[in-house]
Design a protein around this ligand. Sequence first.
Ligand code: FES
Ligand code: FES
Length: 163
Amino acid sequence: MERVINLNINQERYKVIARPHESLLDILRNRLGLTGTKECCNEGDCGACTVIMGGRAVNACLVLAMEAEGEEIFTVEGLAQGTHLHPLQEAFMKFGGFQCGFCTPGMLMSAKALLDENPEPTEEEIRKGISGNLCRCTGYVKIIESIKEAALSMKGGQKSEQE
Ligand code: FES
Ligand code: FES
């Protein structure tokens, strides 16, 4: 039976009516207009719908909206602070971490969950961190480089494109 649920998304509170079968992804995109989170396979295979819930990257298509009640949820819309892009967004732009961009919101959220837990990941740990996110365009090399660069910049390191 449908009921009103309270969601905490990007540190804002929302009240929405949810039906038992509706996913968090349905609610984000269709009710709240948070369409940065992408819908693709709807089966947990591609990672396009990745958001952070309770500090972990999850596939929003596999989370029932009712299960998300009371959890702290972050979507790609919550990454930038006003006009300041998150270092991951800056690095993806600077180092070519996307082409068509369809996988990018999910990649960014998986990468953020990784760096929140492990600010200095090895390349292998980065690969593992984004292993649930499929990209048809880039071959992953530039995505991994972008995440490495974001990690460096978040800890105050510097690296130029010429290095
Ligand atoms: S749309 Fe959720 S994993 Fe593909
Ligand atoms: S940039 Fe096109 S799917 Fe990743």
